[in-house]
Design a protein around this ligand. Structure first.
Ligand code: UGB
Length: 597
């Protein structure tokens, strides 16, 4: 009370609220009036921020925390009354007619879409010192994830525009950052001229952290280093919904006539190969919510898409997080829990957290909820009495839990794609990846890069080229398939039809080969590649590449992930590229050209 004169009237209200909500301990160690006044004011600035950035404010946060902590203490099952079953969804096969038709429909719709990347996570499991979106997706070209994402969106924009006969719209791109990633994301964009996107097309939304909790009464935790600050931790990717809503961005998109919002994560170098077809599924099936999924190995660290049916008749299709699926199955009549079925995979498709939401119904729902997502709490208790925690905890939320508040009438579906086409995230550090049980994916920088070469090789094969089989090699203790290192810019071809149109005659590629296509109108025609080939060209140049390209090429040389003389982004993959010899051509003038060595 003796410090009240320092505060504005709003801050006085916040102080009262904290006292009423059982948070008087926050002030117990405060110095006498007149001492540390600036710190005391800063404390209330922090409280005001925590209050305004949470839907319903801090009071609501503390109330929800008490309820969830009581449920957790009582061991209440969050799925009480629900029985899981395997849902049905759209299962796509790359390159068949259905797939091609969905891709076509998706490209058409893309002009009505907005993209949202959630990139607030630090990636503790990966242990990389930089931001994850700055990591090269592959090191043949060194293109980082953010550049790849932006170039894919621009390529989609152009293809969509072409189909709409020039009625073009810029596809908006929002990135959710956090204090851990915001300035470095901004710098990465600015120092690379937004990778070709217009700066106005990109919006950064920073998520705030939430207050930590010390005990089952939801007493807010003090920052261990500062008695005038509350300790905070990330709230999870679920924040993206409240941020899109409170920033007014959703309304802006809605007013501009957009129809779809596509959410994706920070390190999946394959993702956009699956986007056109899955957007096509959303548009054709009129799904309010469409989750992208891949076949999932039992107990793999990705959530399982599950139908949950309640005893009272309610039913929903929702992601059940990987640590919850096994206990849920065991508790509901599946004594073996989460196990592979005869296909060698879990019957529950794996959620890759790529969501496509129809904007109209999404806006309507958010008007009701403000974007608040059902939260959970995961305290680490000291002992079985569950009365105290090993360290402070906080409420968390996940973006894929959005459908939990939807009415049963909502059309919630999912689309299963081949893993090789759609999903290769970079999440695990080399040590942990090397310990992954055989047959399960590593999800490391090594496997993420190899997956890109594999996918590109398989796509070219399907487009008619003869591409040699991979060889097995071990990098950073992980056995991987090494395919020819084939890469191309998204504008060369994002959909299968686009790529197929650029491969003609009888083309072949040996395993040791590397190919980098940077130009838009490059056609491979009777090309026999056994080495490295790099082609760059301006958009108005049409280059036909054929004949026999033979040289020493580029090789992969193993490096040890502990060798700190090698840059971190290289050593975490366990190899570096030795550029021995290549055929490199650049076409900087418009016109028709032919390269036939
Ligand atoms: N992220 C944020 O933007 N803010 C945060 O506070 C936290 C994260 P992780 P996770 O890929 O297959 C998810 O850590 O959460 C961003 C799904 O829940 O990589 O363990 C972060 O930057 C799971 O169902 O993954 O697991 C990143 O882009 C499964 O689908 C994204 O959120 C799994 O991903 C995901 O964060 C998957």
């Amino acid at each position: 009370k003796k410090n009240l004169h320092l505060l504005s009237s709003e801050q006085v209200e916040l102080a009262k609220m904290l006292m009423e909500m059982g948070q008087s301990h926050l002030f117990e160690k405060w110095a006498a009036p007149g001492v540390d006044d600036n710190e005391k004011k800063a404390f209330f600035d922090q409280v005001a921020k925590l209050n305004s950035s949470y839907p319903g404010g801090l009071k609501s946060y503390i109330k929800t925390a008490r309820e969830l902590l009581a449920d957790s203490k009582a061991g209440k099952n969050p799925f009480d009354g629900f029985t899981p079953s395997v849902p049905t969804g759209e299962v796509l096969k790359f390159g068949d007619d259905t797939f091609i038709n969905y891709e076509q429909a998706g490209v058409k719709e893309a002009k009505n879409a907005a993209f949202v990347l959630v990139a607030g996570g630090l990636g503790e499991r990966l242990g990389y010192n930089g931001i994850k979106v700055a990591l090269p997706a592959e090191t043949t070209t060194g293109t980082c994830f953010l550049q790849n994402y932006i170039e894919c969106i621009l390529a989609l924009q152009e293809s969509s525009c072409r189909l709409a006969e020039g009625k073009c719209q810029e596809i908006p791109f929002a990135i959710m950052t956090s204090d851990d990633t915001h300035s470095r994301t901004q710098e990465l964009l600015e120092s690379n001229s937004y990778f070709g996107m217009k700066p106005t097309q990109v919006k950064l939304l920073k998520q705030e952290k939430v207050a930590c909790l010390d005990d089952n009464d939801a007493r807010l935790a003090m920052d261990p280093k500062n008695k005038y600050r509350i300790q905070t931790k990330p709230h999870g990717h679920g924040d993206v919904h409240a941020l899109l809503y409170s920033s007014g961005l959703l309304k802006e998109w809605h007013d501009a006539g957009l129809k779809w919002v596509l959410f994706f994560q920070d390190t999946n170098g394959l993702l956009f190969k699956a986007i056109p077809a899955s957007l096509g599924v959303s548009a054709t099936k009129q799904y309010h919510v469409n989750s992208l999924a891949v076949p999932r190995k039992a107990k793999e660290a990705i959530g399982g898409i599950t139908r949950l049916t309640h005893a009272d008749g309610r039913s929903m299709v929702i992601n059940v997080e990987y640590n919850q699926l096994d206990p849920l199955l065991r508790a509901t009549g599946f004594p073996d829990g989460d196990v592979n079925c005869e296909t060698g995979y879990s019957p529950f498709p794996g959620n890759i957290n790529q969501l496509i939401l129809e904007l109209g119904p999404y806006m309507e729902e958010l008007k009701k909820t403000g974007g608040a997502i059902k939260e959970f709490v995961n305290p680490k208790y000291k002992d079985a009495s569950k009365t105290s925690f090993k360290s402070s905890t906080r409420l968390e939320c996940m973006m894929q839990d959005y459908p939990k508040t939807l009415p049963p009438s909502a059309k919630v579906g999912f689309t299963v794609m081949d893993t090789w086409l759609a999903y290769a995230p970079v999440k695990n550090n080399p040590e942990d990846a090397a310990k992954v049980p055989k047959g399960n994916p590593y999800h490391s920088a090594t496997s993420g890069e190899m997956a890109i070469y594999c996918a590109n090789s398989l796509i070219l094969r399907k487009a008619g080229a003869q591409v040699d089989d991979p060889v097995q090699e071990v990098f950073n203790g992980q056995e991987v398939e090494v395919w020819p290192r084939l890469t191309w810019k998204p504008k060369w071809g994002l959909t299968f039809s686009e790529i197929k149109n650029k491969v003609s005659g009888s083309c072949s590629v040996s395993q040791k080969s590397t190919m980098v296509i940077k130009g838009r109108n490059v056609v491979l025609e009777d090309l026999s590649l056994n080495g490295a080939l790099i082609i760059d060209s301006v958009d108005d140049a049409e280059v036909r590449v054929g004949g026999k390209v033979q040289n020493k090429g580029w090789t992969l040389e193993p490096v040890d992930h502990k060798d700190t003389s090698v840059p971190e982004e290289i050593r975490i993959r366990g190899f570096k590229i030795n550029k021995l010899e290549q055929l490199e051509r650049s076409y900087s003038e418009p016109g028709k050209f032919s390269l036939k060595p």
